[in-house]
Design a protein around this ligand. Structure first.
Ligand SMILES: [Zn+2]
Length: 188
């Protein structure tokens, strides 16, 4: 499962994929694991000895799933307001502020430290991707049993499945089965 996103957006893709539904893997199993992951992705800036609370972990997982909902909505699906509100709340906790990073360039940076600030850096990447037009290309696989985040590099932005050989085929087989058996709606 490849399809990496360009530049910093790959960090957002990796964040959403800290939960791998297909293989039943959760990387963010506790506050310490969260801090380790954020540090590994260089989202903690130059902070040392960051401590996370169970509340931080809850915020991170809530944000991850709201981002996944955004990526699912990139298949021309509507997005519930509640998912945008979760991003707003995370941006407020991070105290994201505009920085003038160059003569004709702005960026967002968090004033908050710790996990709040690190999640703010993720949101700053999202805001940058919205500004440069790459955001709608970051998608989540619509197969319930997958939901893997992938970057759609196709010319007309038409990719649906994370991997045509895996999830695309699975969907094809299921469609065939439902057509030939009258469709009991069962999903494996
Ligand atoms: Zn998939």
């Amino acid at each position: 499962m490849s399809n990496p996103a360009p530049g910093a957006l790959e960090t957002v893709r990796a964040f959403v994929n800290t939960r791998d539904i297909d293989d039943d893997i959760e990387l963010l199993t506790g506050p310490d694991e969260l801090v380790a992951w954020l540090g590994d992705q260089e989202l903690l800036g130059d902070e040392r000895d960051v401590r996370a609370t169970p509340g931080d972990l809850r915020h991170a997982v809530e944000l991850r799933e709201a981002l996944r909902a955004h990526l699912l909505s990139h298949h021309d699906q509507p997005l519930a307001d509640s998912f945008a509100e979760i991003l707003d709340a995370a941006a407020r906790r991070a105290r994201l502020t505009v920085r003038f990073t160059g003569p004709d360039e702005t960026g967002l940076a968090p004033e908050a430290a710790g996990v709040d600030g690190a999640l703010g850096r993720l949101l700053a990447i999202v805001a940058g991707a919205i500004a440069d037009g790459s955001w709608p290309r970051l998608k989540a696989c619509p197969a319930d049993t997958c939901q893997w985040a992938f970057y759609d590099a196709s010319r007309n932005r038409s990719a649906v499945w994370c991997d045509m050989r895996v999830c695309g085929n699975r969907a094809k087989v299921r469609g065939f089965r439902e057509r030939t058996r009258g469709g009991d709606g069962h999903r494996h």
